[in-house]
Design a protein around this ligand. Structure first.
Ligand SMILES: [Zn+2]
Length: 595
């Protein structure tokens, strides 16, 4: 995610300008355009009139120059008549050649004014017609100011001195380094990668490994092939890696390789310990959600200079083997959850991003329980509860860009993680494990009975999820989704005591129905209070101790959490020496978690 990205970009710009002013021959400062830096923007009519069948990418990475030299061949099939091919590519990269079906398109015919490359077709395509667009381009791709939140290329150096390179472009999109349709609904059917790197380095990437070729000039080409990758999932990872690998025997009867590429300077015991987490983690997800979605490729993890990112079949891991007393690596587990919530299930628009981050974040408390019991699940949920801000609704029902969702000054930000996870927990407590997990399964696989080979990655929205939950429960849970997701404020349970009567009332942000039953413990004896018309009551003897919701099943406004958050903000402001407002350049609530 990219909190405060605009601020950081502005300060970087200022720094660059200062440096340039003193240089003898000022080089033109080339910046990615705002259009390129945004992702998930509306597609053009030409883009909506094609399916993106395949991208074949040959990318030579030149560490000494922090540059790339690349050729992309993009295959499209028209679904309606179309007279131009339109893709996105960052204008800071120089295009040297554009061809359609092997014929050079003269410069001046194609245009790329702000990062949207339009190539007119000499012969317009009819529906069903195919075209192959070849683009040769080179240059210095955008350097990530702060990966993964503010993304691009990361040019780092391994402890042993070799280049250590990664890409992370979730917030900005694939067009930072390869020509694509930068929109979640425009996943290519397949991406073939040929990554050319110095021969002493490795280049693990997405999908299946198709072998490497020594070019005899000090470089080696690593070949990979990935089916239906998320647009921002295509990732370069280059470094002095060692590989740990083993076959995984799935509970569904299939088997596939698990691989971990780690820096050769790492302590082998650290790498082994992390790798030993792969198989039990896989089994948890397969038992809880369903088959690993990319079992015909691999489960892959690569060590990166940045914290993490859910790159399909090649998850980025940069958590430095930290232990936190929970018995597993939370970063690895969070990123890995995105193979189901993000890569197999992809939201139709960023407005539904909580389906990735919230359901993905709920997998960590569930894994706490799976491994070590309720204490650890509840501890993690309590930590997540402290992080809920309630400043913006999680879902709006309108189209959003990723930035409008992830930036907590203008959107829900971290609430899509923490609040999303807690909402999932409350839903599970309300409808029970069978209905909950069957709903999740249908949401993820678009069918109730996923088996290896009988599903493909697919798209869904929050509305789709509600329809599935209604179908599984036989009830209308619109009030639950509306009360929690579509308004900023949490439902508030008002309590009044009058004589021997405790009256309860739900008050939601917009006053709509919220008939969430409430469990009440009175002097140690529990009962469920129905809350028809948002109200309920129960008899309480004089002096009896009342505990509302003893198992913390129901997410709701809590005074002591609000007091804590106010206090925490005061402390943070003091620690900053009195800086006020939310625009200081470090956001305190950016957890280690955000990706
Ligand atoms: Zn995430």
């Amino acid at each position: 995610m990219r909190l405060k990205s605009s601020l950081m970009a502005a300060s970087l710009l200022a720094l660059t300008a200062t440096t340039t002013a003193f240089a003898q021959t000022p080089a033109p400062v080339r910046q990615s355009t705002p259009f390129t830096l945004a992702t998930d923007q509306p597609r053009t009519p030409e883009q909506l009139a094609v399916t993106f069948d395949k991208a074949d990418l040959t990318i030579r990475v030149i560490p000494a120059d922090k540059a790339i030299d690349a050729v992309a061949v993009l295959d499209f099939t028209a679904t309606a008549p179309v007279s131009a091919l339109v893709v996105e590519l960052d204008t800071i990269l120089t295009i040297s050649s554009v061809q359609v079906d092997g014929v050079e398109v003269p410069a001046g015919t194609w245009t790329n004014p702000e990062g949207r490359l339009t190539v007119p077709l000499a012969t317009p395509l009819v529906a069903g017609g195919k075209a192959s667009l070849r683009i040769a381009y080179a240059g210095k791709p955008r350097v990530a100011p702060r990966a993964p939140w503010n993304g691009g290329f990361v040019w780092s150096t391994a402890p042993t001195g070799e280049p250590w390179i990664a890409t992370a472009v979730q917030g900005e999109g694939c067009d930072l380094f390869w020509p694509c349709i930068d929109h979640p609904l425009a996943e290519p059917g397949r991406v073939d990668l040929h990554i050319v790197v110095p021969s002493d380095l490795s280049a693990p990437s997405n999908g299946r490994f198709l072998g490497k070729v020594d070019n005899g000039d000090g470089t080696t080409t690593w070949n990979w092939s990935a089916a239906s990758p998320n647009t921002y999932a295509i990732a370069l990872n280059i470094g002095p890696y060692e590989e740990l690998t083993a076959q995984y025997e799935s509970r569904f009867g299939n088997r596939f390789p698990m691989s971990y590429w780690y820096l050769k300077s790492d302590a082998p015991a650290d790498a082994q310990r992390l790798f030993a987490e792969f198989a039990p983690m896989l089994d948890f997800f397969e038992a809880t959600i369903g088959p690993y979605p990319f079992g015909d490729e691999k489960m892959g993890v690569v060590e990166t200079p940045h914290l993490g990112m859910e790159h399909q079949t090649i998850n980025a891991y940069g958590n430095a083997y930290k232990l936190d007393g929970r018995g597993f690596d939370w970063l690895l587990q969070h990123e890995f959850s995105h193979e189901w919530f993000g890569n197999q299930l992809t939201n139709t628009n960023a407005d539904d991003m909580w389906l990735h981050e919230g359901l993905g974040s709920y997998m960590q408390p569930l894994y706490d329980r799976w491994l070590n019991g309720d204490r650890y699940m509840q501890f993690n949920l309590a930590e997540q509860r402290k992080g809920v801000a309630n400043r913006f609704p999680i879902v709006t029902g309108t189209l959003k860009t990723e930035n409008e969702v992830y930036d907590d000054d203008i959107g829900p930000g971290l609430d899509i993680y923490n609040k999303g996870s807690l909402i999932a927990h409350s839903l599970r407590m309300l409808i029970g494990d069978r209905a909950f997990f069957q709903s999740i399964r249908r949401l993820v696989y678009d069918r109730p009975d996923p088996r290896p080979g009988n599903f493909r990655p697919h798209y869904a929205s929050t509305a789709d999820f509600l329809a599935i939950v209604n179908d599984e429960t036989g009830k209308d849970l619109n009030w639950f989704f509306h009360g929690y997701l579509y308004q900023a404020a949490l439902p508030d349970l008002r309590q009044t005591r009058d004589g021997d009567r405790l009256s309860l009332e739900w008050v939601t942000g917009d006053g709509t129905a919220f008939p969430m039953p409430v469990e009440v413990e009175i002097d140690g004896r529990r009962q469920v209070v129905p809350m028809r018309d948002n109200r309920g009551s129960v008899r309480v003897a004089d002096g009896a101790h009342v505990l509302i919701d003893p198992d913390n099943k129901v997410l709701r406004r809590l005074d002591f959490i609000e007091a804590y958050r106010t206090w925490e903000q005061t402390q943070t402001t003091r620690a900053r020496g009195g800086a006020t407002g939310r625009n200081a350049d470090v956001t305190p609530e950016v957890p280690a978690a955000a990706d």
